[in-house]
Design a protein around this ligand. Structure first.
Ligand code: NAD
Length: 500
């Protein structure tokens, strides 16, 4: 057991609250490297009290000053990029260039939050009636919370709290208990950048902390990102307790490969999308839907050649393409899916199960796996595997591919590889999925758009970050004001006021 304890960050200080703790592993070695405190009631109370105390002054701080903190914070993120990515690699297992990509995307959200003055300008109409002006302004909600998954310990928290605090709220963040160090380190950088104590609090914890955040009446809104069963639970419980909730869930993203696609480019794109981050991305592509057997045969051969070139290794090995899975339990689960796929009759073309990374025999390494002849009735088609397993599904037409995608319970991301503009336009217009790519395998919206899936990939109305975040983290107030010219007198009107 390691002595290093990962603590909470409350009221600007590291706090060691709660008797319960959980081991944090290095997935490349299987060793416990740290332990994380799991917040108890007193710790959670302290976090809410701190956030509540900080709210009035922060709400009244001019947006330009709130934005300046974000601008300084972004510089600190850049200066500390190496350290942040090493922390991610040590606990999550992803390779450093992938961690850099995650951090870069997170920084783009911070940069967007730095435009708070522009985002919070409101709407104004003059002369909506005689001598009457009207405007809408966007006021903060108060104390809001965020609950985040293990797979993007830096980026996903940065989807949430920078926008929430720049809108004038104070925030309680509960990171994943599986890899909390990078999240905590980044939060401390925000304090260094000038975020006042209490504006951002971090509580480490598990279900007990989540349930507290979902039921405490002082918390006005909850943003959640994680698996679909928990997202649904968070949405239902939070709403039942009077909160505004956005809960982003799991995914099973399909890439359609058309007969006219540039296959070499499609293969390069699919390799990264299926095996990058060991498949532990909600925008990963675990299914390649090939239109026609000829496309499927060629795609399979080309993928096999590329898979043979891949290097699986420790996250901090700069020459590795893919690291280990997050935990032993998840490693066993993903291996179980591979066994299930074989039993169900899919053809395992590449088997990554006996991969060994020398010197890291106890790490949670699984090599890339490739299935062909995956059918919609199979568990490996229906469920989110969240591992390095790509399945080829064979269909006869684009319409058959689209009907299949639309029938799936998830609707996070999808893409089409084609040279046919008409097919691409038909696909983007009609497909029932929230984020769609054309020759772009991971169509993750940039920071000035918003991120969210459809169907059981998102519970709630507003998407994460970007313009939707301003709406999610504020409440609209509309003020109608009349300053009649002196001396003008009007009689009482009993009819409903209108311009008619
Ligand atoms: P998870 O649902 O297990 O955990 C997410 C958060 O919920 C964590 O903070 C965890 O502590 C908490 N939690 C876990 N079990 C809980 C319970 N029973 N009650 C209350 N809270 C609980 O997800 P994960 O394994 O950390 O992350 C992977 C999942 O997240 C995948 O399904 C992936 O698709 C999804 N994800 C979705 C998006 C998106 O934007 N849609 C982005 C990233 C990850």
């Amino acid at each position: 057991m390691s002595n290093t304890m990962i603590t909470h960050l409350i009221d600007g200080k590291r706090v060691d609250g709660g008797e319960r703790q959980q081991a944090v592993f290095n997935p490349a070695t299987g060793e416990t490297t740290k332990n994380v405190r799991l917040a108890d009631l007193a710790t959670l109370e302290a976090a809410v009290e701190s956030a509540q105390k900080a709210f009035p002054a922060w709400r009244d701080t001019p947006p330009a000053k709130r934005a300046q903190v974000m601008q300084r914070f972004k510089v600190l993120l850049e200066q500390n990029a190496e350290k942040i990515c090493e922390l991610i690699a040590d606990e999550h297992g992803k390779v450093i260039p992938d961690a850099m990509g995650e951090l870069q995307r997170g920084m783009e959200n911070v940069e967007y939050a730095g435009f708070a003055t522009e985002l919070l300008k409101g709407e104004h109409s003059k002369n909506v009636g005689p001598q009457i002006d009207s405007w809408s302004e966007f006021q903060p909600l108060g104390v809001v919370a965020g609950i985040t998954p293990f797979n993007f310990p830096v980026m996903v928290p940065l989807w949430m709290w920078p926008m929430a605090v720049v809108c004038g709220n104070t925030f309680i963040l509960k990171p994943s208990e599986r890899d909390p160090s990078s999240t905590l380190f980044v939060a401390e950088l925000a304090l260094q950048a000038g975020l006042p104590a209490g504006v951002l609090n971090v509580v480490q914890g598990d279900k007990e902390a989540v349930d507290f955040l979902l039921t405490d009446k002082r918390i006005k809104a909850v943003s959640f990102v994680g698996s679909t069963p928990i997202a649904e639970y968070v949405y239902n419980t939070g709403c039942a307790n009077g909160k505004r909730v956005q809960a982003l869930g799991g995914a099973k993203n399909h890439a359609v490969v058309m007969p006219d696609a540039d296959l070499d480019n499609a293969v390069s794109a699919l390799m990264g999308a299926a095996y990058g981050s060991c498949g532990e991305r909600c925008m990963a592509v675990p299914l390649a839907v090939c239109v026609g057997d000829d496309v499927a045969d060629k795609l399979s051969s080309k993928l096999q050649v590329e898979i043979a070139k891949m290097k699986v290794g420790v996250g901090t090995d700069r020459t590795a393409d893919m690291g280990p899975l997050i935990t032993k339990a998840h490693f066993e689960k993903v291996k179980g899916y591979v066994e299930q796929g074989i039993k169900e009759g899919a053809t395992l073309v590449v088997d990554g199960r006996d991969l060994v990374v020398e010197g890291h025999e106890n790490g949670y390494f699984l090599g890339p796996c490739l299935f062909d002849n995956v059918k919609t009735g199979m568990v490996i088609y229906q469920e989110e595997i969240f591992g390095p397993v790509l399945g080829i599904v064979r269909v006869k037409s684009l319409q058959e591919a689209m009907d299949m995608i639309d029938a799936h319970e998830y609707g996070n991301g999808t893409c089409i590889f084609t040279r046919d503009g008409e097919a691409a336009r038909y696909f983007t217009t009609h497909i029932q999925v929230g984020m769609v790519g054309v020759n772009v395998p991971l169509p993750v919206p940039v920071a000035y758009h918003s991120f969210g899936g459809w169907k059981r990939s998102l519970f709630g109305d507003l998407h994460a970050y970007g313009p939707d975040a301003v709406r999610f983290y504020t409440k609209r107030k509309t003020i109608t004001q009349r300053w009649p010219s002196s001396g003008v007198r009007e009689g009482t009107q009993f009819s409903f006021p209108s311009n008619g």
